[in-house]
Design a binder for this molecule. Structure first.
Ligand code: GYE
Length: 326
């Protein structure tokens, strides 16, 4: 708990300092000579349905906002993100935005951007840093809350259990902000009932194949799994395949709670294979473009911008599915 609090405080402090401190001098033209803003964006990769929707949202929003977007896909590797950011600095873009694959190890490159006077916006995922004034704001969901909602559903679902309830957890990418925070939010919530036990937890790297593989191993090692907590839809969908291949019924013999609420996840929930879904909205593009324009024009923005999410049970997922945008 202390660790989380420290992380939250240090993020908040870094943000406040960035917002109020001696950040890069604003450009009076709000962008390049023609007034067109240039943004360098480093994306994590294409590991999940969520990520694909996030990329499309950013690319579409850049077009709509007349932002010249230099988009770079890091293929899941931090070193690729660092080189992309260095190349954006060299190209002297107006603003850099990125979704950091992991939380640590960014200080050097963030300080380089700061020295070059280029503002940085974190989108989707946060970083751990004690350096002041190295990013302006962090736009993204409250991952601890998402994990908590998933855990609270398990608490309710098994409220009348008299014996142990065996939970397995499919973790996201090791060291990533959502994996760390969803794990802690979930753990915090299930403490409410001592019968609830996470008997195995391993990373499936936020991919469908990763989720399937880890679930296959879990099923072999533990014949008595009651619940799967999949930290994203794709790993949950992989788990469905593994459970069905083992001759069990996902959603009935083994309950599944997942996070993201992409169309595929909503479909699995409407079909009765997932039991509960926590949303994480990937459509960050339009807000990111607005923030970028403000930052480059020298206007102040809040150091932390939380995107709102909701939850879906099976009936709610079936009702929401026809209008789902991602
Ligand atoms: O939940 C997962 C993706 O960072 C919120 O990354 C994002 C997570 C999302 O791969 O599907």
């Amino acid at each position: 708990m202390n660790k989380i609090l420290t992380a939250v405080l240090s993020i908040a402090t870094a943000g406040v300092l960035a917002a109020c401190g001696s950040g890069p001098a604003p450009r009076s033209d709000g962008g390049d000579a023609g007034g067109r803003l240039t943004m360098g964006f480093s994306q994590v990769g294409a590991e999940s349905g969520w990520r694909t929707a996030n990329t499309t949202s950013i690319q579409d929003a850049a077009k709509a906002a007349d932002v010249d977007l230099k988009f770079s896909d890091a293929n899941g590797k931090q070193e690729n993100q660092i080189s992309a950011i260095r190349s954006f600095i060299q190209q002297r873009v107006d603003v850099i935005a990125f979704s950091p694959v992991v939380r640590t190890g960014w200080d050097a490159v963030l300080l380089e951007a700061k020295a070059a006077g280029i503002p940085v916006i974190l989108t989707d995922r946060a970083v751990d840093t004690t350096e002041p004034d190295v990013y302006v704001t962090f736009l993204g969901a409250d991952f601890v809350q998402e994990g908590r909602w998933a855990g609270e559903w398990v608490v309710k679902e098994f409220a009348s259990a008299t014996g142990p309830v065996n939970i397995v957890q499919l973790e996201g990418t090791t060291g990533s902000d959502p994996a760390l925070e969803r794990t802690s939010g979930f753990a915090e919530a299930i403490k409410a009932n001592p019968n609830l036990k996470v008997i195995a937890s391993q990373t499936g790297d936020f991919t469908r194949s990763g989720g399937k593989q880890v679930m296959e191993a879990f099923l072999k090692a533990h014949p008595d799994i009651d619940v799967v907590f999949a930290q994203n839809d794709d790993m949950g969908l992989g788990a469905i395949e593994a459970i069905e291949a083992a001759g069990k019924k996902p959603g009935e013999d083994i309950k599944i709670v997942a996070i993201d609420a992409t169309r595929d996840g909503m479909q699995a929930t409407a079909d009765g294979k997932f039991n509960f879904l926590v949303e994480c909205n990937p459509l960050l593009g339009p807000e990111l473009m607005d923030i970028a324009k403000k930052v480059v024009a020298g206007e102040s923005v809040p150091p932390r911008i939380v995107t709102p999410d909701e939850t879906f049970d099976q009936a709610q997922a079936a009702a929401a599915l026809p209008d789902r945008k991602y």
